[in-house]
Design a binder for this molecule. Sequence first.
Ligand SMILES: *Cc1c(COP(=O)(O)O)cnc(C)c1O
Length: 961
Amino acid sequence: MADTLSLKGAPLQQLQQSDDFVRRHLGPREDEIQEMLEELKLSSLDDLVDKAVPHKIQINAPLAVEESRSEAETLKYLKSLADKNVIAKSYIGMGYYDTITPTVILRNVLENPGWYTAYTPYQPEIAQGRLEAILNFQQMTMDLTGMELASASLLDEATAAAEAMALAKRSSKNKKSNSFFVDEKVFPQTLDVVQTRAEHYGWDVIVGPVTEATSHDVFGALLQYTDVNGQVTDLEPIISKLHDNKAIACVGADIMSLVMLKAPGEMGADVVFGSAQRFGVPMGFGGPHAAFFATRDAFKRSLPGRIIGVSVDTRGNQAMRMAMQTREQHIRREKATSNICTAQVLLANIAGFYAVYHGKKGLTTIANRIHRYTTIVAKALQNAGLELVNDSWFDTVTFKAKDMDAVQDRAKAALVNLRYDGDKVSFSIDEAKNQTDIEELIEVLTGAKADVLELDSEAKSSIPASLERTSDFLTHPTFNDYYSETDMLRYLKRLENKDFSLAHGMIPLGSCTMKLNATSEMIPVTWPEFANIHPFAPEEQTTGYLDMIKELEADLVEITGYDFVSMQPNSGAQGEYAGLLAIKKYFESIGEEHRNICLIPSSAHGTNPASAQMAGMKVVIVKCDEKGNVDVEDLEAKAVELKDNLAALMVTYPSTHGVFEEEIKHICQIVHDNGGQVYMDGANMNAQVGISKPGEIGSDVSHLNLHKTFAIPHGGGGPGMGPIGVKKHLAPFVSGHAVRKVHSVEARDGAVSAAPYGSGMILPISWAYIKMLGREGLRKSTEVALLNANYLKNKLAPHYPVLYMGRNDKVAHECIIDLRQIKAETGISEVDFAKRLMDYGFHAPTMSFPVAGTFMIEPTESESKYELDRFINAMVSIRQEVEKVRSGEWDAENNPLKNAPHTQSDIRNWDKPYSITEAVYPSPSTIESKFWPTVNRIDDVYGDRNLICSCPSIESYQDQD
Ligand SMILES: *Cc1c(COP(=O)(O)O)cnc(C)c1O
């Protein structure tokens, strides 16, 4: 930038314009960019693109998106959109409730980069904080549902229901049945997602009154507790009969109601799931929220998603990590139990902390207040002579309106949102409502004021004594120890400090694109005008959201070269699923529904085959050549051989090997020539934005990981958003929604997520990212991402073999280094490297994906040259350490690499043949600022053999050293 003095006399306009954000988003300074280019013997960033990216796929015109706007301007404009949203009092319920995020959690977790920029805890030694937080979430789930085992979060309640159905199919002893029963009084969006899922698995969904659940031959049944009208039903007799029929009983439950109601686990349920949204997570127009999922111990190997389990480290101390198959879900591929990858960890943490903050006592007070208010309003309705549909309730009552128009008019005038269903009206009470709200609600519903205190003295609880909760919950000390805000603050901080996040240093995880999550992008997320909007609020209250979403869609259409974007999928894997369904539906529409083969290269991410399998497709693996490219000959042979039934190719671009394949257009052509469609996995879009467009390369559909390329933070393992871009011919087949029409989507194809626009609350992040970078900043980000990766590659190449390179020996936005030779020669493995990097103050790159025994390194454009050099120096230094092992200077087993990571416990009891300095201060930057792993290396095998997924007892914390 020009220095300020020389701007004297410059046009005023120039002073107002700002390229500030572009430079703040990028790591290297202009002079460093030059230095790095020189290192690579390149003249400019354009020269780099010219050398690295096949000319055939480059776009020839700049992106038609606006120029960059300053952070302040962007926020101002976004505020004007937000102001168009109307915050009404929501009584709609249906799985979304107003909630009060405890401010200590709001500020220190939800709005705190220490929590929201962390990655999925693949390196557990530097992730004990969030692992403990998720364990709290699992414990809370187990306690409230009365189940033996709970998993970490799923994406939303409706997809959790679909996962429950899939688990039922896998686990039921009624192998002959292909039918699943669904209580007609589940939430309509749950039914919608379950029907979508069942259709493509080839199963029948029987919908009927809950009393008929046992009169069909089914492998499982879904019951809702409490149902959409609010009724509390004793499910025990139904579940017992389902068991007699060898069917699996799945119960969708409201988490707050379980504080007062008998736990479904005590009624014999096999699976209990629901949304944890109302435990402190704002509605956010539908998400992100964590779903909970609990089962009996017998189904532990069938659980979808991740489970956190307790193991021990090399000192025998307790330590947590992802358990069993969920650790490396990509190796399970088409045998995976589900395609869940990114999944709402941040929101699960918040819900768990909400339970810690309130404890049993606080939750009991909240639940009782909700219930008592509900009972008061019900009494007022009865006094007014209105007929109630349900005779028992927790927080929801449905009644027959006598004068629907009058109710609606009064509700509108008071900005009160209710649920209307034919001649029936429902309301759901939440923790954010007070006595004045209740008085107002009564007036809206009955047209007359009432004395709430009098009603309270007349009204009786409607919950049958047999369905009242008697069992204890949240007895673990974690839920009872943090009573004052000071204690809570310190607990949150203590956990945060155990975790490595982008606030500490770079997280060079290949394929994950851990770039800057700018503060200005994050600020709007918790604005009440975005946070406090129900996904089914009347259209006229959400125009700000829709305007923002439409702008984002338009920009994504331009960036991807597709014709249409569907915002619904709330993770990359859900996008894959939605995209494959669009392909299937398209084939049905042209009479080619027999097409069911999905070609997938051997290097693909594990979600690809898992999604294909869920979409009812048959996976055929295509080989890769020694350069990491799709083996075109093999592809062509298979495409031709299978051409009668070829449905799709799923291909990642640039490839998961980090190269721009020259043949990509040809590959798309081969697939099209043989009747198939091309699904381009867009996780690597960070190497394409502003340079090439999937839609122009020849692909038909892609998902975009907004939580990779478009700056939504990873949240320690979620949230995410996986909207799909599609070509015109697929546009009629994107997901619709049973409750709320999705704008511009005419056809009513089934939903893939609970909310019509996925996780609306985090969309302002990607919107702001695009607005603030603007046309040139977007392209420059891609260029610098390529530059950083190629610079790293060049600097590491003398020390480690670089596995794959494209044209002119360039890589794309990431590179793979091969550690297999070192392992064969010295016994030092990729795991030793990963753990040793912790001693140097780094999070390891992606390990053993897509090639076992390798590191895939993705620096992103946001890392500075200083940080890249720090990483390079660490890797070079570790390489020299390997030589000490090789030469025998260091013992083959008892050395800093094998013993890594080192902890403060180590130095308290130092017993190693090398020095403390060598162990914990191996580089200058570690002397300046040391990040301490809080546990030693964790024993995965021990943890899997002794599976414990609940909070450990306090005694077990004693005698740790
Ligand atoms: C991250 C990733 C996915 C899955 O995305 P999620 O949002 O985690 O579901 C799919 N493919 C590739 C190549 C990825 O890197």
